[in-house]
Design a protein around this ligand. Structure first.
Ligand SMILES: [Fe+2]
Ligand SMILES: [Fe+2]
Length: 483
Protein backbone atom coordinates (compact mmCIF):
# COMPACT_ATOMS: atom_id res chain seq x y z
CA UNK A 1 0.00 0.00 0.00
CA UNK A 2 2.84 2.42 0.94
CA UNK A 3 4.37 1.90 -2.47
CA UNK A 4 1.15 3.13 -4.08
CA UNK A 5 1.10 6.29 -1.96
CA UNK A 6 4.74 7.06 -2.81
CA UNK A 7 3.97 6.55 -6.49
CA UNK A 8 1.10 9.05 -6.29
CA UNK A 9 3.27 11.54 -4.35
CA UNK A 10 6.05 11.15 -6.92
CA UNK A 11 3.65 12.44 -9.55
CA UNK A 12 3.40 15.70 -7.61
CA UNK A 13 0.10 15.11 -5.80
CA UNK A 14 -0.48 15.93 -2.13
CA UNK A 15 -1.87 12.87 -0.38
CA UNK A 16 -4.44 13.22 2.39
CA UNK A 17 -3.97 11.08 5.54
CA UNK A 18 -6.05 7.91 5.47
CA UNK A 19 -5.72 7.37 1.71
CA UNK A 20 -5.22 3.72 0.87
CA UNK A 21 -4.79 2.61 -2.72
CA UNK A 22 -4.42 -0.99 -3.78
CA UNK A 23 -1.17 -1.61 -5.62
CA UNK A 24 -2.83 -3.22 -8.62
CA UNK A 25 -5.06 -0.15 -9.06
CA UNK A 26 -2.49 2.63 -8.67
CA UNK A 27 -1.70 3.02 -12.38
CA UNK A 28 -5.32 3.24 -13.45
CA UNK A 29 -5.99 5.63 -10.53
CA UNK A 30 -3.16 7.90 -11.78
CA UNK A 31 -4.64 7.75 -15.26
CA UNK A 32 -8.03 8.73 -13.80
CA UNK A 33 -6.42 11.71 -11.98
CA UNK A 34 -4.68 12.76 -15.17
CA UNK A 35 -7.98 12.88 -17.05
CA UNK A 36 -9.88 14.95 -14.47
CA UNK A 37 -11.01 18.30 -15.80
CA UNK A 38 -10.01 20.12 -12.59
CA UNK A 39 -6.81 18.89 -11.05
CA UNK A 40 -7.35 18.13 -7.35
CA UNK A 41 -5.03 19.80 -4.81
CA UNK A 42 -5.19 16.90 -2.39
CA UNK A 43 -5.89 13.27 -3.16
CA UNK A 44 -8.50 12.24 -0.58
CA UNK A 45 -9.99 8.80 0.20
CA UNK A 46 -13.32 10.11 -1.22
CA UNK A 47 -11.66 10.77 -4.57
CA UNK A 48 -10.36 7.22 -4.61
CA UNK A 49 -13.89 5.93 -3.86
CA UNK A 50 -15.18 7.99 -6.80
CA UNK A 51 -12.55 6.38 -8.98
CA UNK A 52 -13.63 2.91 -7.82
CA UNK A 53 -17.26 3.75 -8.58
CA UNK A 54 -16.62 5.11 -12.04
CA UNK A 55 -18.03 3.15 -14.94
CA UNK A 56 -15.95 0.32 -16.12
CA UNK A 57 -16.40 -1.93 -19.04
CA UNK A 58 -15.94 -5.62 -19.10
CA UNK A 59 -15.89 -7.50 -22.33
CA UNK A 60 -15.76 -11.20 -22.07
CA UNK A 61 -15.41 -13.46 -25.05
CA UNK A 62 -16.45 -17.00 -24.52
CA UNK A 63 -13.77 -19.50 -23.63
CA UNK A 64 -13.37 -22.48 -25.94
CA UNK A 65 -16.43 -24.66 -25.45
CA UNK A 66 -19.29 -25.88 -27.57
CA UNK A 67 -21.58 -23.04 -26.43
CA UNK A 68 -22.75 -20.43 -28.90
CA UNK A 69 -20.42 -17.50 -29.34
CA UNK A 70 -22.12 -14.27 -28.33
CA UNK A 71 -20.04 -11.38 -27.13
CA UNK A 72 -21.28 -9.96 -23.83
CA UNK A 73 -20.77 -6.50 -22.52
CA UNK A 74 -21.43 -4.83 -19.18
CA UNK A 75 -21.09 -1.18 -18.33
CA UNK A 76 -21.62 -0.16 -14.71
CA UNK A 77 -23.64 3.03 -14.56
CA UNK A 78 -24.33 3.43 -10.83
CA UNK A 79 -22.69 1.50 -8.04
CA UNK A 80 -22.56 2.76 -4.47
CA UNK A 81 -19.21 1.82 -2.94
CA UNK A 82 -18.91 4.23 -0.01
CA UNK A 83 -18.70 2.47 3.36
CA UNK A 84 -20.96 3.72 6.17
CA UNK A 85 -19.92 6.72 8.23
CA UNK A 86 -21.45 8.44 11.26
CA UNK A 87 -24.72 10.18 10.39
CA UNK A 88 -25.31 13.78 11.48
CA UNK A 89 -28.61 15.67 11.44
CA UNK A 90 -27.38 17.77 8.56
CA UNK A 91 -26.92 14.64 6.43
CA UNK A 92 -30.69 14.14 6.55
CA UNK A 93 -31.36 17.76 5.59
CA UNK A 94 -29.01 17.42 2.62
CA UNK A 95 -30.46 14.04 1.68
CA UNK A 96 -34.04 15.32 1.48
CA UNK A 97 -32.97 18.54 -0.27
CA UNK A 98 -31.22 16.41 -2.87
CA UNK A 99 -34.32 14.24 -3.32
CA UNK A 100 -36.50 17.33 -3.73
CA UNK A 101 -34.19 18.85 -6.35
CA UNK A 102 -33.80 15.59 -8.28
CA UNK A 103 -37.52 14.88 -8.56
CA UNK A 104 -38.33 18.55 -9.14
CA UNK A 105 -36.05 18.48 -12.18
CA UNK A 106 -38.10 15.59 -13.60
CA UNK A 107 -41.42 17.30 -12.84
CA UNK A 108 -40.31 20.53 -14.48
CA UNK A 109 -40.44 18.74 -17.85
CA UNK A 110 -44.22 18.65 -17.54
CA UNK A 111 -46.28 21.25 -19.37
CA UNK A 112 -48.40 21.92 -16.25
CA UNK A 113 -45.31 22.82 -14.23
CA UNK A 114 -44.18 25.61 -16.56
CA UNK A 115 -45.22 28.40 -14.18
CA UNK A 116 -44.31 26.67 -10.93
CA UNK A 117 -43.87 28.98 -7.92
CA UNK A 118 -42.40 28.49 -4.47
CA UNK A 119 -44.83 27.81 -1.62
CA UNK A 120 -43.72 31.01 0.15
CA UNK A 121 -45.09 33.09 -2.74
CA UNK A 122 -48.65 32.06 -1.84
CA UNK A 123 -48.50 34.13 1.37
CA UNK A 124 -48.11 37.35 -0.57
CA UNK A 125 -50.95 36.62 -3.01
CA UNK A 126 -54.36 38.18 -2.66
CA UNK A 127 -57.64 36.72 -3.91
CA UNK A 128 -57.85 33.44 -5.82
CA UNK A 129 -54.95 32.53 -8.08
CA UNK A 130 -54.11 29.59 -10.26
CA UNK A 131 -50.89 28.02 -8.98
CA UNK A 132 -48.49 25.18 -9.77
CA UNK A 133 -46.31 23.87 -6.94
CA UNK A 134 -43.71 21.18 -6.46
CA UNK A 135 -43.32 19.85 -2.95
CA UNK A 136 -42.66 16.93 -0.67
CA UNK A 137 -45.69 15.48 1.13
CA UNK A 138 -45.05 15.82 4.85
CA UNK A 139 -48.51 14.72 6.00
CA UNK A 140 -51.68 13.13 4.59
CA UNK A 141 -54.95 13.58 6.46
CA UNK A 142 -58.27 11.95 5.59
CA UNK A 143 -61.30 13.74 7.02
CA UNK A 144 -64.45 12.04 8.40
CA UNK A 145 -66.22 12.90 5.15
CA UNK A 146 -63.51 11.07 3.18
CA UNK A 147 -61.79 14.18 1.83
CA UNK A 148 -58.02 14.45 1.70
CA UNK A 149 -55.83 17.29 2.96
CA UNK A 150 -52.10 17.02 2.41
CA UNK A 151 -49.31 19.15 3.78
CA UNK A 152 -46.92 20.09 1.03
CA UNK A 153 -43.42 21.34 1.79
CA UNK A 154 -40.65 22.91 -0.29
CA UNK A 155 -37.46 24.68 0.85
CA UNK A 156 -39.43 27.95 1.20
CA UNK A 157 -42.32 26.76 3.42
CA UNK A 158 -45.39 24.55 3.83
CA UNK A 159 -49.01 24.76 2.70
CA UNK A 160 -52.20 22.76 3.22
CA UNK A 161 -53.59 21.31 0.01
CA UNK A 162 -57.23 20.20 -0.27
CA UNK A 163 -57.77 17.58 -2.95
CA UNK A 164 -60.74 18.45 -5.12
CA UNK A 165 -62.41 16.40 -7.82
CA UNK A 166 -59.73 15.42 -10.36
CA UNK A 167 -57.01 15.26 -7.74
CA UNK A 168 -58.97 12.91 -5.46
CA UNK A 169 -58.64 10.00 -7.90
CA UNK A 170 -55.01 9.46 -6.97
CA UNK A 171 -55.41 10.25 -3.25
CA UNK A 172 -55.07 6.58 -2.28
CA UNK A 173 -51.76 6.36 -4.11
CA UNK A 174 -50.14 9.28 -2.28
CA UNK A 175 -47.49 8.46 0.32
CA UNK A 176 -45.58 10.59 2.78
CA UNK A 177 -42.18 12.01 1.78
CA UNK A 178 -42.71 11.65 -1.97
CA UNK A 179 -42.23 14.67 -4.21
CA UNK A 180 -45.23 15.59 -6.40
CA UNK A 181 -46.54 18.40 -8.55
CA UNK A 182 -49.81 20.15 -7.63
CA UNK A 183 -52.00 22.26 -9.89
CA UNK A 184 -54.83 24.22 -8.30
CA UNK A 185 -56.16 27.47 -6.96
CA UNK A 186 -54.72 29.26 -3.96
CA UNK A 187 -56.92 31.15 -1.58
CA UNK A 188 -55.39 32.76 1.52
CA UNK A 189 -52.99 30.15 2.88
CA UNK A 190 -54.64 27.13 1.27
CA UNK A 191 -54.48 25.47 -2.10
CA UNK A 192 -57.43 23.65 -3.66
CA UNK A 193 -55.85 21.08 -5.97
CA UNK A 194 -57.49 19.95 -9.18
CA UNK A 195 -54.57 17.86 -10.38
CA UNK A 196 -51.73 15.86 -8.83
CA UNK A 197 -48.72 15.05 -10.97
CA UNK A 198 -46.32 12.22 -10.30
CA UNK A 199 -42.86 12.55 -11.87
CA UNK A 200 -43.76 9.49 -14.01
CA UNK A 201 -42.03 7.71 -16.85
CA UNK A 202 -42.47 9.32 -20.28
CA UNK A 203 -43.77 7.17 -23.12
CA UNK A 204 -40.90 5.46 -24.89
CA UNK A 205 -40.18 2.92 -27.59
CA UNK A 206 -39.14 -0.63 -26.75
CA UNK A 207 -35.54 -1.67 -27.26
CA UNK A 208 -34.49 -4.77 -29.15
CA UNK A 209 -31.12 -6.48 -29.25
CA UNK A 210 -29.77 -7.25 -32.71
CA UNK A 211 -29.28 -10.94 -32.00
CA UNK A 212 -31.06 -13.65 -30.06
CA UNK A 213 -29.69 -13.46 -26.53
CA UNK A 214 -31.34 -14.01 -23.14
CA UNK A 215 -31.07 -12.76 -19.56
CA UNK A 216 -32.14 -14.83 -16.53
CA UNK A 217 -33.31 -13.29 -13.26
CA UNK A 218 -33.03 -14.91 -9.85
CA UNK A 219 -32.89 -13.76 -6.22
CA UNK A 220 -33.59 -14.93 -2.65
CA UNK A 221 -31.62 -18.13 -2.80
CA UNK A 222 -31.15 -18.11 0.98
CA UNK A 223 -28.31 -20.63 1.07
CA UNK A 224 -27.80 -21.76 4.67
CA UNK A 225 -31.52 -21.85 5.51
CA UNK A 226 -33.01 -25.29 6.16
CA UNK A 227 -35.65 -24.22 3.62
CA UNK A 228 -33.10 -23.63 0.83
CA UNK A 229 -34.17 -25.81 -2.10
CA UNK A 230 -30.90 -27.50 -2.95
CA UNK A 231 -32.33 -29.70 -5.65
CA UNK A 232 -34.31 -26.98 -7.36
CA UNK A 233 -31.34 -24.59 -7.44
CA UNK A 234 -29.11 -27.44 -8.63
CA UNK A 235 -31.57 -28.02 -11.50
CA UNK A 236 -31.40 -24.35 -12.46
CA UNK A 237 -27.59 -24.48 -12.58
CA UNK A 238 -27.75 -27.68 -14.62
CA UNK A 239 -30.09 -25.98 -17.09
CA UNK A 240 -27.71 -23.00 -17.38
CA UNK A 241 -24.99 -25.54 -18.23
CA UNK A 242 -27.19 -27.06 -20.93
CA UNK A 243 -27.38 -30.39 -19.11
CA UNK A 244 -31.14 -30.59 -18.63
CA UNK A 245 -34.42 -29.59 -20.34
CA UNK A 246 -36.02 -30.04 -23.74
CA UNK A 247 -34.08 -29.32 -26.94
CA UNK A 248 -35.64 -25.83 -27.08
CA UNK A 249 -34.86 -25.16 -23.41
CA UNK A 250 -31.26 -26.23 -23.98
CA UNK A 251 -31.05 -23.93 -26.98
CA UNK A 252 -32.24 -21.02 -24.81
CA UNK A 253 -29.74 -21.94 -22.07
CA UNK A 254 -26.99 -21.80 -24.66
CA UNK A 255 -27.95 -18.23 -25.52
CA UNK A 256 -28.54 -17.08 -21.93
CA UNK A 257 -25.51 -14.87 -21.39
CA UNK A 258 -26.59 -12.65 -18.49
CA UNK A 259 -27.66 -13.76 -15.02
CA UNK A 260 -28.99 -11.18 -12.57
CA UNK A 261 -29.01 -12.12 -8.89
CA UNK A 262 -30.98 -9.57 -6.87
CA UNK A 263 -30.05 -10.17 -3.25
CA UNK A 264 -30.61 -12.53 -0.31
CA UNK A 265 -27.95 -14.80 -1.77
CA UNK A 266 -27.60 -16.45 1.64
CA UNK A 267 -29.92 -16.64 4.64
CA UNK A 268 -27.42 -14.79 6.84
CA UNK A 269 -26.82 -15.14 10.55
CA UNK A 270 -28.74 -13.27 13.29
CA UNK A 271 -31.12 -11.66 10.80
CA UNK A 272 -34.19 -12.32 13.02
CA UNK A 273 -34.67 -13.74 16.52
CA UNK A 274 -34.40 -17.53 16.68
CA UNK A 275 -32.96 -17.80 13.14
CA UNK A 276 -30.22 -20.18 14.31
CA UNK A 277 -32.85 -22.95 14.69
CA UNK A 278 -33.72 -22.59 11.00
CA UNK A 279 -30.14 -22.61 9.72
CA UNK A 280 -28.46 -25.64 8.28
CA UNK A 281 -25.20 -23.69 7.77
CA UNK A 282 -24.61 -21.50 10.80
CA UNK A 283 -21.45 -19.72 9.67
CA UNK A 284 -21.74 -16.78 7.28
CA UNK A 285 -18.43 -17.56 5.52
CA UNK A 286 -19.61 -21.13 4.92
CA UNK A 287 -22.93 -19.88 3.56
CA UNK A 288 -21.19 -17.75 0.91
CA UNK A 289 -18.75 -20.59 0.18
CA UNK A 290 -21.68 -22.92 -0.45
CA UNK A 291 -23.49 -20.41 -2.68
CA UNK A 292 -20.28 -19.77 -4.61
CA UNK A 293 -19.99 -23.49 -5.41
CA UNK A 294 -23.17 -23.19 -7.47
CA UNK A 295 -22.06 -19.95 -9.12
CA UNK A 296 -18.70 -21.47 -10.07
CA UNK A 297 -20.61 -24.08 -12.06
CA UNK A 298 -22.37 -21.45 -14.21
CA UNK A 299 -20.64 -21.37 -17.64
CA UNK A 300 -17.90 -18.77 -17.83
CA UNK A 301 -19.41 -17.06 -20.86
CA UNK A 302 -22.37 -15.99 -18.69
CA UNK A 303 -22.03 -12.59 -17.04
CA UNK A 304 -23.33 -12.84 -13.47
CA UNK A 305 -24.35 -9.56 -11.85
CA UNK A 306 -25.04 -9.71 -8.11
CA UNK A 307 -26.35 -7.28 -5.53
CA UNK A 308 -26.99 -7.87 -1.81
CA UNK A 309 -30.33 -8.01 0.03
CA UNK A 310 -31.49 -7.64 3.62
CA UNK A 311 -30.35 -11.18 4.52
CA UNK A 312 -26.81 -10.63 3.25
CA UNK A 313 -23.93 -9.82 5.59
CA UNK A 314 -24.08 -6.02 5.40
CA UNK A 315 -25.68 -3.07 7.15
CA UNK A 316 -29.39 -2.92 6.37
CA UNK A 317 -29.59 0.75 5.45
CA UNK A 318 -29.86 1.43 1.72
CA UNK A 319 -27.95 1.95 -0.47
CA UNK A 320 -26.02 -1.14 0.54
CA UNK A 321 -22.50 -1.28 -0.85
CA UNK A 322 -21.40 -4.47 -2.66
CA UNK A 323 -20.76 -7.58 -0.55
CA UNK A 324 -17.61 -7.49 1.57
CA UNK A 325 -14.65 -8.95 -0.30
CA UNK A 326 -13.52 -11.03 2.67
CA UNK A 327 -16.86 -12.50 3.76
CA UNK A 328 -17.92 -13.28 0.21
CA UNK A 329 -14.37 -14.05 -1.02
CA UNK A 330 -15.31 -17.18 -3.04
CA UNK A 331 -17.71 -15.04 -5.11
CA UNK A 332 -15.01 -12.48 -5.84
CA UNK A 333 -12.91 -15.30 -7.30
CA UNK A 334 -15.43 -15.70 -10.11
CA UNK A 335 -13.97 -14.21 -13.28
CA UNK A 336 -17.45 -13.77 -14.77
CA UNK A 337 -19.14 -12.06 -11.79
CA UNK A 338 -19.71 -8.35 -11.17
CA UNK A 339 -20.55 -7.48 -7.58
CA UNK A 340 -22.62 -4.32 -7.24
CA UNK A 341 -24.51 -2.30 -4.64
CA UNK A 342 -28.22 -2.44 -3.81
CA UNK A 343 -29.59 -0.64 -5.78
CA UNK A 344 -27.38 -0.47 -8.89
CA UNK A 345 -27.65 0.43 -12.57
CA UNK A 346 -25.88 -1.50 -15.27
CA UNK A 347 -26.01 -1.43 -19.06
CA UNK A 348 -25.80 -4.74 -20.87
CA UNK A 349 -25.22 -5.88 -24.41
CA UNK A 350 -24.26 -2.54 -25.93
CA UNK A 351 -22.77 -2.68 -29.42
CA UNK A 352 -21.60 -0.09 -31.90
CA UNK A 353 -25.11 0.09 -33.31
CA UNK A 354 -27.27 -0.73 -30.26
CA UNK A 355 -27.40 1.30 -27.04
CA UNK A 356 -27.88 -1.78 -24.86
CA UNK A 357 -30.39 -2.35 -22.05
CA UNK A 358 -30.21 -0.28 -18.89
CA UNK A 359 -31.02 -2.48 -15.94
CA UNK A 360 -32.03 -1.20 -12.52
CA UNK A 361 -31.43 -3.82 -9.84
CA UNK A 362 -33.00 -3.41 -6.40
CA UNK A 363 -33.56 -6.05 -3.76
CA UNK A 364 -37.01 -4.74 -2.77
CA UNK A 365 -36.92 -4.24 1.02
CA UNK A 366 -39.33 -1.30 0.76
CA UNK A 367 -42.05 -3.47 -0.84
CA UNK A 368 -43.47 -4.79 2.46
CA UNK A 369 -44.31 -1.27 3.58
CA UNK A 370 -46.15 -0.29 0.40
CA UNK A 371 -48.09 -3.56 0.16
CA UNK A 372 -49.32 -2.94 3.70
CA UNK A 373 -50.03 0.79 3.40
CA UNK A 374 -51.32 1.49 -0.12
CA UNK A 375 -54.90 0.20 -0.62
CA UNK A 376 -54.47 -0.50 -4.36
CA UNK A 377 -51.34 -2.57 -3.73
CA UNK A 378 -52.82 -4.29 -0.67
CA UNK A 379 -55.69 -5.64 -2.82
CA UNK A 380 -53.22 -7.31 -5.20
CA UNK A 381 -50.83 -8.33 -2.45
CA UNK A 382 -47.44 -9.98 -2.75
CA UNK A 383 -48.48 -11.78 -5.92
CA UNK A 384 -48.19 -8.61 -7.98
CA UNK A 385 -44.67 -7.37 -7.34
CA UNK A 386 -44.82 -5.88 -10.84
CA UNK A 387 -47.60 -3.53 -9.64
CA UNK A 388 -45.42 -2.36 -6.73
CA UNK A 389 -42.62 -1.73 -9.23
CA UNK A 390 -44.95 0.27 -11.48
CA UNK A 391 -46.08 2.30 -8.44
CA UNK A 392 -42.42 3.13 -7.61
CA UNK A 393 -41.51 3.90 -11.23
CA UNK A 394 -44.32 6.49 -11.36
CA UNK A 395 -42.89 8.12 -8.24
CA UNK A 396 -39.34 7.78 -9.61
CA UNK A 397 -38.14 6.50 -6.24
CA UNK A 398 -37.39 3.07 -4.78
CA UNK A 399 -38.51 3.94 -1.29
CA UNK A 400 -40.37 7.27 -1.22
CA UNK A 401 -41.56 6.98 2.40
CA UNK A 402 -38.94 7.52 5.09
CA UNK A 403 -39.82 4.44 7.14
CA UNK A 404 -40.43 2.05 4.22
CA UNK A 405 -36.86 0.83 4.40
CA UNK A 406 -33.82 1.89 6.37
CA UNK A 407 -32.05 4.67 4.53
CA UNK A 408 -28.49 5.89 4.65
CA UNK A 409 -28.65 9.67 4.07
CA UNK A 410 -26.07 9.76 1.28
CA UNK A 411 -25.15 13.15 -0.23
CA UNK A 412 -27.05 12.17 -3.39
CA UNK A 413 -30.35 10.32 -3.07
CA UNK A 414 -29.19 6.99 -4.47
CA UNK A 415 -32.71 5.56 -4.26
CA UNK A 416 -34.19 8.11 -6.66
CA UNK A 417 -34.93 6.62 -10.09
CA UNK A 418 -33.38 9.48 -12.04
CA UNK A 419 -32.17 7.26 -14.88
CA UNK A 420 -34.99 5.46 -16.70
CA UNK A 421 -34.24 1.75 -16.96
CA UNK A 422 -35.30 -0.66 -19.72
CA UNK A 423 -35.42 -3.48 -17.20
CA UNK A 424 -36.28 -3.13 -13.51
CA UNK A 425 -35.57 -6.30 -11.54
CA UNK A 426 -36.22 -6.98 -7.87
CA UNK A 427 -36.75 -9.81 -5.40
CA UNK A 428 -37.46 -9.95 -1.66
CA UNK A 429 -41.14 -10.95 -1.74
CA UNK A 430 -40.41 -14.46 -3.07
CA UNK A 431 -43.16 -14.39 -5.67
CA UNK A 432 -42.42 -14.23 -9.38
CA UNK A 433 -44.37 -11.70 -11.36
CA UNK A 434 -43.57 -10.09 -14.65
CA UNK A 435 -45.05 -6.97 -16.20
CA UNK A 436 -44.27 -4.06 -18.45
CA UNK A 437 -44.78 -0.39 -17.79
CA UNK A 438 -44.05 2.15 -20.54
CA UNK A 439 -41.75 -0.38 -22.16
CA UNK A 440 -39.84 -1.04 -18.95
CA UNK A 441 -39.77 -4.73 -18.08
CA UNK A 442 -40.78 -5.10 -14.44
CA UNK A 443 -39.43 -8.43 -13.30
CA UNK A 444 -39.84 -9.59 -9.73
CA UNK A 445 -37.93 -12.81 -9.26
CA UNK A 446 -39.07 -15.84 -7.36
CA UNK A 447 -36.83 -17.58 -4.87
CA UNK A 448 -35.12 -20.84 -4.05
CA UNK A 449 -36.39 -21.06 -0.50
CA UNK A 450 -39.44 -23.09 0.48
CA UNK A 451 -42.39 -21.54 2.34
CA UNK A 452 -41.18 -20.38 5.75
CA UNK A 453 -43.12 -20.44 9.07
CA UNK A 454 -43.54 -16.69 8.80
CA UNK A 455 -44.99 -16.89 5.28
CA UNK A 456 -47.32 -19.65 6.43
CA UNK A 457 -48.59 -17.42 9.26
CA UNK A 458 -49.27 -14.43 7.01
CA UNK A 459 -50.84 -16.55 4.25
CA UNK A 460 -48.18 -15.76 1.66
CA UNK A 461 -47.55 -18.41 -1.00
CA UNK A 462 -44.10 -18.03 -2.57
CA UNK A 463 -43.15 -19.36 -6.01
CA UNK A 464 -39.81 -21.11 -5.47
CA UNK A 465 -37.87 -22.21 -8.53
CA UNK A 466 -39.71 -19.90 -10.97
CA UNK A 467 -37.15 -18.08 -13.09
CA UNK A 468 -38.04 -15.32 -15.59
CA UNK A 469 -35.97 -15.51 -18.78
CA UNK A 470 -36.06 -12.45 -21.04
CA UNK A 471 -35.39 -12.65 -24.75
CA UNK A 472 -33.58 -9.37 -25.43
CA UNK A 473 -34.32 -9.60 -29.13
CA UNK A 474 -38.11 -9.91 -29.06
CA UNK A 475 -38.77 -8.64 -25.51
CA UNK A 476 -40.74 -11.77 -24.54
CA UNK A 477 -40.41 -13.20 -21.04
CA UNK A 478 -40.78 -16.90 -20.27
CA UNK A 479 -41.00 -18.12 -16.71
CA UNK A 480 -39.18 -21.42 -16.38
CA UNK A 481 -39.90 -23.69 -13.43
CA UNK A 482 -37.20 -25.61 -11.59
CA UNK A 483 -39.18 -27.52 -8.99
FE1 LIG B 1 -35.58 -13.22 0.60
FE1 LIG C 1 -35.20 -9.93 1.31
Amino acid sequence: MDKSISKIAEKGFLVSPGLEVEEDKVNSFLEFLKNLETKPCIISPDLYETFLAQKKEIIVKRPKSNRSEIETKIEIKKNYVQKRKETALNDWVNYYSDRYERIKKILLNREEMRSVISIKRIESMTGRNEVALIGLISNIHKTFSGKYIITLEDPSGTVSVYLKEGAEDVAGELVCDEVIGVVGVSSKNYVYASKILFPEIPRRDPKKAEEEVYAAFISDIHVGSNMFLTESFGQFVKWMRGETGSAEQKRIADKTKYLFVSGDLVDGVGVYPGQEKELIIKNIYDQYREFAKYMHRIPKDVQIIMIPGNHDALKLAEPQHPLFEDIAAPLYELENATMLSNPAYVNIHKTKTFSGFNVLMYHGSSFDHFVAEVPKLREKGYERGDEIMKFLLKKRHLSPTHTATRIDPTPQDFLAIDKIPDIFTTGHIHYTSVGRYRNIHTINNGCFQDKTEFQLKVGHNPTPGHVPILNLQNNKVKVMRFV
